[in-house]
Design a protein around this ligand. Structure first.
Ligand code: ADP
Length: 435
């Protein structure tokens, strides 16, 4: 045990030699460079080119259905978006297509790849190796590979994207930003499962947490909006999209979060069940003769809003059906808000109070009705939502009344900007070391 921990600590130390520290990094000025942010999924590759001088997106796009015959590439922002039909058999070809379009003489946004200083990659699982973003080295690649069994759909795709960039732009600095990193500050009482201790020792079965880049971003923005240092605040951050998670953030550090060993635990989601009685799994296997894969598909792809409503995983559809009188849709809606409410409540106690609850992602940013339901009936706890502010859209704002003891805040998330900031920070550190 001790030697395994030491090995991990040593590996992490050297891997993080030039890593950013989210606490140090917060609020600092970044290098005025252009950063390419890449998010490689199992069959897609999303990207943004970010100008760090202004922190604005120069251009963005997505390669979809990578590996399929009908792959295509969407490039550009809003009215400038164009769809390019191109065969993309793998992530290498997808990255190549992205670099070609970025530097295209007619529609490109930069004259040459020289203008890109560094590349930041989203990596879902960093296990216990990474508590911050890291400069990508051969050793870091090995550690990401070692975490692949924990995120079998995501980490191999990220590795493919990183390797493609290394081949096509060998001289560029690359950085990995991990969804799990922010939650590495959780204490053992929050990350351990009450299972036999050997499962943790031998197999690292523990809570890791996900959406860390988003929780970190909205926590920082909430502090800015409240005009208070993050270090003085107790926050509960809620990422409510297709995947949903809640985090308890104490003085800037994640101390608990709802997703666990995998992104299946916690809140009810679009197609994921979230936390259920674990004995249901053995019941399905023993009594309904289901295989492990069938149970996994059932819990990941056929449950949540979709499973209860039988209609859709999209809350907009559930809302419309509810308003049309569909009872199962109404039940799905109520279960979803109840699930968020319960987690927020438990984190208020875990934190010993809370200054603000922050909401983000598709549902958190856009659905006034869901926000209203989540905070309904909490007036005796000093929580008052301002319904006018709640019904507005699309920008960072406090939606609680002035008298509310707990502030409710809506922040549109921006994981790409966070990754770009970490990348620029590490680029500046490495450049300073070289100089
Ligand atoms: P992802 O987790 O895939 O990044 P998003 O953050 O884009 O997802 O959230 C997608 C979800 O947000 C959709 O499935 C939908 O349920 C919800 N959503 C988006 N806009 C609205 C809206 N106006 N009202 C209710 N739900 C919305």
């Amino acid at each position: 045990m001790v030697s395994q921990q030491n090995a991990q600590t040593n590996a992490a130390d050297s891997a993080l030699a030039a890593a950013s520290c989210q606490q140090e990094n917060a609020g600092e000025e970044v290098c005025p460079i252009k950063v390419l942010v890449i998010n490689s999924g199992s069959s897609s590759l999303k990207y943004q080119l970010v100008d760090m001088a202004t922190e604005t997106v120069i251009t963005k796009g997505i390669c979809e259905r990578v590996g399929a015959d009908d792959s295509f590439h969407k490039h550009g922002i809003d009215a400038d978006e164009r769809v390019i039909s191109v065969y993309l058999p793998n992530h290498y070809e997808a990255v190549k297509a992205v670099l070609e379009v970025l530097t295209d003489a007619q529609i490109g946004d930069i004259e040459s790849l020289e203008e890109i200083a560094a590349i930041g990659h989203r990596v879902v699982h960093g296990g216990e190796y990474f508590s911050a973003s890291a400069l990508i080295t051969d050793e870091v690649l090995q550690l990401i590979q070692r975490c692949s069994p924990l995120a079998p759909l995501h980490n191999p795709a990220a590795l493919a994207g990183i390797r493609a960039c290394r081949e096509l732009m060998p001289d560029k600095l690359q950085v990995a930003a991990f969804d799990t990193a922010f939650h590495q500050t959780m204490p053992a009482k929050a990350y351990m499962y009450p299972l036999p201790y050997e499962l943790f020792v031998r197999h690292r079965i523990r809570r890791y947490g996900f959406h860390g880049t988003s929780h970190r971003y909205i926590a920082e923005r909430a502090a800015a909006l409240l005009q208070k240092p993050l270090i003085d605040l107790k926050l509960i951050t809620c990422h409510l999209g297709n995947g949903c998670s809640v985090a308890a953030i104490d003085h800037g550090f994640s101390v608990d979060t709802s997703m666990g060993f995998t992104p299946l635990e916690g809140l009810m989601m679009g197609t994921r069940c979230g936390s259920i009685d674990p004995a249901i799994v053995t019941y399905l296997v023993e009594e309904l003769d289901m295989s492990a894969q069938e149970v996994s598909d059932l819990m990941n792809k056929q449950s949540g809003l979709l499973g209860i409503s039988g209609l859709s995983n999209d809350l907009r559809d559930i809302r419309a059906a509810t308003e049309a009188g569909n009872e199962r849709a109404a039940l799905a809606y109520e279960m979803y808000s109840h699930s968020v409410k319960k987690y927020i409540g438990s984190y208020v106690f875990a934190l010993g109070g809370v200054d603000a609850v922050v909401l983000t992602a598709g549902v958190g940013e856009n659905c006034d009705r869901m926000r209203r339901m989540i905070f309904q009936g909490l007036e005796s706890l000093g929580i008052f939502v301002d319904q006018k502010l709640n019904s507005e859209r699309g920008f960072e704002r406090v939606i609680s009344e002035e008298r509310s003891q707990v502030k409710i805040i809506v922040i549109p998330t921006n994981e790409e900007l966070m990754i770009a900031r970490d990348t620029a920070y590490i680029y500046a550190q490495v450049s300073a070391e070289v100089c």
